[in-house]
Design a protein around this ligand. Structure first.
Ligand code: F6P
Length: 329
């Protein structure tokens, strides 16, 4: 039976919070899908900040040409303090009405979604979220846009560090992003064959880390890699190094913080496809009358999750992968 579609004439799209590779592909998919259904699209620059301050431009299919392969976001992004206030959200809602936008598509992480949910609750604005963050910490989708790209960027860097660690027979503590979640740390450690991974989700006992490294020394390992998520309770790679370096002076320890390099660069094919699917789906679900929801891909199918559920908790890491990392090190 054909689905009854509601009338959507004009929508807005923005990217907000930390950028992630593939955001551009998502913007492109939203704009092209909407345009092909004769829906007008406004691009809002600098996220919610731009919505409050009227940084709003018309977009058409040509405006989003030649961006699918680019990292960053053509719409720019920001973290807006004003939008956290009721007054800020009221201004944002007024601007949406001023431009006759029937709905808003927000591309970002949990902070972005929490803002959209409030906008929907307080001002009855139709919103749909597209999950995009390198942290991969959103429930309701197997992966977030940008995670696969960041993972591969970090892995490429860690492989290079392994070469020099091996050449000098050194120990490296490599810090990867993940303030609250250890997805990047866990999967890069498995993929790079790192000796140890330290994650925010697990208690880190520094004495235990030292013991494990001592055992590996006894196994005649000439170099070693410890991947540390920035949110690990030790406080990150620099702090950990201060606490263990004297015990491993024979390893001539070095620290490397990968930092924002993980957020940039061309999105992987997988992220471009995911972003394209989610961008097109966001417009489709709006036309089907859904609001205050996010779209995700679960088991290769599009899944719609209420925004209040999506922001209610962080996605958990897979503990079988934690065990696998330990087994194979
Ligand atoms: O977007 C998520 C993230 O990359 C986190 O992993 C990291 O802790 C944070 O953003 C860094 O944010 P900023 O760019 O504001 O320093």
């Amino acid at each position: 039976m054909a689905q009854h579609l509601i009338d959507v004439e004009t929508i807005g799209v923005l990217t907000s919070g930390g950028d992630s590779p593939g955001m551009n592909a998502a913007v492109r998919a939203v704009v092209r899908t909407a345009s092909r259904s004769n829906i007008n699209v406004f691009g809002i620059r600098h996220g919610y900040f731009g919505l409050i301050n009227e940084e709003i431009d018309k977009l058409d299919t040509h405006s989003v040409s030649n961006i699918i392969q680019r990292g960053g976001t053509m719409l720019k992004t920001a973290r807006s303090e004003e939008f956290r206030t009721k007054e800020g959200r009221t201004k944002a809602a007024e601007n949406l009405k001023k431009y006759n936008m029937d709905a808003l598509v927000v591309i970002g992480g949990d902070g972005t979604f929490a803002g959209a949910h409030k906008l929907s609750e307080e001002h009855d604005i139709n919103v749909v979220g597209i999950p995009a963050t390198i942290d991969n910490d959103i429930i309701g989708t197997d992966e977030t846009i940008g995670y696969d790209s960041a993972l591969n960027t970090a892995l490429d860097a860690i492989d290079k560090i392994r070469d020099t660690a091996d050449a000098h027979e050194r120990m490296f503590l490599v810090e990867v992003m993940g303030r609250d979640t250890g997805f990047i740390a866990l999967e890069t450690s498995i993929a790079s064959g790192a000796e140890i991974a330290l994650l925010p989700e697990e208690l880190t006992h520094v004495d235990e880390v030292k013991k494990q490294l001592q055992t590996m020394l006894k196994e005649q390992r000439r170099s070693s890699l410890v991947v540390v998520a920035e949110g690990d309770e030790t406080g990150g790679a620099i702090k950990l190094a201060e606490r263990i370096k004297d015990d491993f002076s024979q390893y001539d320890m070095r620290v490397c913080i990968l930092g924002h390099i993980q957020r940039g660069g061309a999105p992987t094919a997988r992220d471009r496809v995911l972003a394209s699917r989610l961008g097109a789906s966001a417009v489709k679900v709006l036309r089907e009358g859904h609001t205050d929801v996010m779209v995700g891909v679960v088991n290769n199918s599009i899944k719609i999750t209420p925004m209040r559920v999506a922001i209610s908790k962080k996605k958990e890491i897979d503990h079988t992968l934690v065990e696998l990392a330990k087994l194979l090190r």
